[in-house]
Ligand binder design. Sequence first.
Ligand SMILES: [Zn+2]
Length: 220
Amino acid sequence: MDMEPVRDRRSRSGNGKAPLPASRRPDRAEAEEAVRTLIRWAGDDPAREGLRGTPERVVRAFSEFFSGYDSDPVELLQRTFSEIDGYDEMVVLKDIRFESHCEHHIAPIIGKAHVAYLPDKRVVGISKLARLVELYARRLQIQEKMTAQIANTLCEVLQPKGAAVVIEAAHQCMTTRGVHKPGVTMVTSSMLGAFRTDSNTRREFLAMIGTPGTHGLDNV
Ligand SMILES: [Zn+2]
């Protein structure tokens, strides 16, 4: 297969804010000190034995939770395959489990994403679709924004006839605090191109993923 590099559009990448340059990020020691402050704020003593290693562990967990700031979504999809032998059917990857964090409470958002596009001239390796979801999940998010970012990036880079993203997720800021409503699933969708204009295409996609919000998130 031919590999066709997509021209660099890094400046517009991600249709969101560019990650903070490394020079403006606090260093690890400052981040650990911030965790100590929060422990004191909660009413405990960061110097007691059980908590002594906690700031370091929390900072390490943060590096994992928010590793999506260090990757460029456009670059991720750069390697596309242009020789697709006339394949013009929908490509669907469903039930992509993800863990994200809400930008209002830094509380976990756990859910599934379903991603589809209708190829025009190029396709991308299917694992890249899952990695695209993960990249945006590993940032501070709101579900609506994450849904749009995935669909927009697919359209921008692959220039397909259309792209669709449905996300169903549970927000721990709703289930463990605030209104305390466990079992509530939020469903968001972004339909672009043919998925927006052609009801048959949209129906086909929705039939493939099943009705969101009805099968629960027990298996995620
Ligand atoms: Zn929240």
